[in-house]
Ligand binder design. Sequence first.
Ligand code: NI
Length: 149
Amino acid sequence: SSPRCCAKPMRMMCRKDRAVRLGLWRARSVPSVISITDIFSRIDDYEHPRVAAMVNECAVKFVKLKGEFVWHHHDEEDELFYVVQGSLLMKLRDGDVTVNAGEMILIPHGVEHCPIAAEEVHLILFERAATINTGNVVNEKTRVTVDTL
Ligand code: NI
């Protein structure tokens, strides 16, 4: 079997997952106010990103982290991490950085990273809907499907 979970055949995907993979999926079609605190209050698990909105080809994903994630990179996709609450330690091969609430960090494609949340962190990710959270790595933390709120 392929080490890339995104290699699942298109014909085996549901309509939404197929649209996500093709970059055609849109989460909402009417203007709506989104409460960031409300959304985080509805998330009761960790390492499980949910798409709250789409902006053209960019998904806005809400996720809570706690503990150490996994070293990985994304071959083609950049990721923007915006920390809403808590303090995220972003381990990088060239040195670690701390991203505090109200700060954000861009991880360019190809750059290995490993997010660590010593305490609970609330994050908003800006990336393609189809971006897989563990990038080039497949393990028990990998989320392939796109879950919405
Ligand atoms: Ni990543």
